[in-house]
Design a binder for this molecule. Structure first.
Ligand SMILES: Cc1cc2nc3c(=O)[nH]c(=O)nc-3n(C[C@H](O)[C@H](O)[C@H](O)COP(=O)(O)OP(=O)(O)OC[C@H]3O[C@@H](n4cnc5c(N)ncnc54)[C@H](O)[C@@H]3O)c2cc1C
Ligand code: HEM
Length: 413
């Protein structure tokens, strides 16, 4: 346990760290990549370029410091971080590297204010949190290895099918090269792809599983991230998958992970509200497919927004589900409908605009429901604020953000 003196020192210095938080962690990353280039491949270069990871770690440290005498409130954050770390195969031997570089950066950035006593207190506090994460991550690795058809680390899969779902999104069906079955997973979870990067190392990306569990494959559905004429590069992995990967090719796949999943055991009395925008449809589609099968008769609302019909993925599949299941209500919103989209027929589930509170209220009979949502930042911020304003408890407002979550939380402050 941490001593009361250590706790007091950490709490006293937390505001200073918060003030210097982003500078501190930016410095930390520069230092770490210079002194320990071996950890570089764990980090997503696009998140570094956008500054998102700097914010994530700064945010985590400050939150930890502010709550060091009440770690209960960090419970959810610990699970999120441990799942993310496990998806990227972070191991106990990596913690001293991060710890040493972080403490050196605290010294360098705070200068004279960083007394030995303060640095020592932070060293103890870092180790305390590191031990919690290392423990939970070890448990996740053990469970992944012990699960039927599970594995630890990366396993080689064939791409057995490549299916365009819209002009931008393509599904990849993955089956193990050893001919074995795939493990069960929770609808909403994601896997990790590892592939060679342009700088001669490897790079990793998470992709949500878009099909229901229990199939002979793991399916991911990937949006091609286009470049633009301002010099923004096209997304590296998504472009590689779309343009280079063919049926029969091999990919390195990490086991399913993640704490955003549909709890099939929760009360089925309340309606289930599944909200998505753009490629955020992937985890909630898996939830929809699973809920229809595993909780028959439950009232389900599936609301999806995208630009227009050209980029609207899985429309035929979801329409067919709606036709077959009277307990399922489906609506789509297009931001920028095409001329053809505007000529829609009477009774069409499509309307112009975005998924918003008004649409949800007009369909869902009561606010007391279980909400799951995923999409780009403005969509997430909007829905999150709305659910909070309605007094929906956090335990019923579940979300996945396709990037460091702190980035999202900061933009909701
Ligand atoms: C839990 C989770 C689940 C996910 N599920 C899905 C899913 O189901 N489907 C899906 O398509 N995606 C999903 N993602 C996102 C996915 O992991 C990738 O981030 C996405 O495919 C983009 O990766 P990329 O390598 O193609 O792009 P990157 O090369 O990582 O680039 C990402 C963006 O940053 C820009 N960029 C890159 N480098 C720079 C730079 N130096 N300067 C300025 N801009 C830069 C690129 O132009 C691009 O817009 C998920 C992410 C998470 C965390
Ligand atoms: C006590 C120590 C640590 C804390 C508090 C911490 C905290 C975090 C947080 C908050 C995130 C963002 C999670 C999300 O929202 O997606 C994250 C992601 C990450 N962490 Fe850690 N971390 C710690 C140790 C480590 C170590 C030892 C490594 C190993 C090199 C590591 C590597 C990563 C990577 C690679 C990511 C994903 C980054 C990306 O998206 O590019 N972390 N961590």
């Amino acid at each position: 346990m941490l001593s009361p003196h250590t706790i007091a020192l950490v709490k006293a210095t937390a505001p200073v760290l918060e003030e210097h938080g982003e500078t501190l962690t930016r410095h930390f990353y520069q230092r770490m990549f210079q002194h320990n280039p071996e950890v570089g491949p764990f980090f997503n270069p696009a998140h570094q370029a956008a500054g998102a990871q700097q914010k994530a770690l700064a945010g985590a440290i400050c939150a930890y410091a502010a709550n060091i005498d009440n770690l209960e409130v960090l419970g959810g954050a610990v699970e999120l971080i441990a799942q993310k770390h496990a998806s990227l195969m972070i191991k106990p031997e990596h913690y001293p590297i991060v710890g040493e570089n972080l403490l050196a950066s605290i010294r360098e950035v705070l200068g004279a204010a960083a007394t030995e006593e303060i640095v020592q207190a932070w060293a103890e506090a870092y180790q305390f949190l590191a031990d919690i994460l290392i423990g939970r991550e070890a448990q996740i690795y053990r469970e992944q290895g012990a699960a039927p058809h599970g594995w630890e680390g990366f396993k080689t899969f064939f791409v057995t099918r490549k299916q365009p779902e819209s002009e931008l999104i393509t599904s990849f069906y993955l089956e193990p090269v050893d001919g074995g079955a795939v493990p069960d997973y929770k609808p909403g979870q994601y896997l990790t792809l590892r592939m060679p990067s342009p700088c001669g190392h490897t790079t990793m990306r998470n992709y949500s599983l878009s099909d229901k569990p229990g199939q002979p494959w793991l399916r991911i559905s990937v949006k091609q991230e286009p470049g633009d004429d301002t010099g923004k590069p096209e997304g590296f992995v998504s472009s590689y998958l779309h343009q280079q990967v063919r049926v029969g090719d091999r990919l390195e796949v990490g086991p399913p992970c993640g704490e955003f999943f549909l709890d099939l055991e929760e009360s089925h009395e309340r309606p289930l509200v599944l909200l998505s925008a753009g490629v955020g449809i992937t985890p909630v589609l898996s939830m929809l497919l699973s809920a229809l099968e595993r909780t028959p008769g439950r009232r389900i609302f599936f609301l999806h927004g995208c630009l227009n019909s050209r980029v609207h993925a899985f429309r035929h599949q979801v329409d067919a589900l709606a036709a077959a299941h009277p307990n399922l209500t489906v609506r789509y919103r297009y931001d920028a409908p095409t001329e053809m989209d505007r000529l829609r027929s009477e009774g069409s589930p499509v309307s112009e605009g975005q998924i918003d509170a008004e649409l949800i209220e007009s369909l869902v009979p009561e606010r007391d429901a279980d909400y799951y949502f995923c999409g780009p930042k403005p969509f997430m911020v909007n829905i999150y604020h709305q659910l909070l304003a309605w007094g929906i408890p956090a335990s019923r407002a579940h979300f996945e953000f396709f990037g460091p979550r702190q980035e999202l939380e900061r933009s909701t402050e």
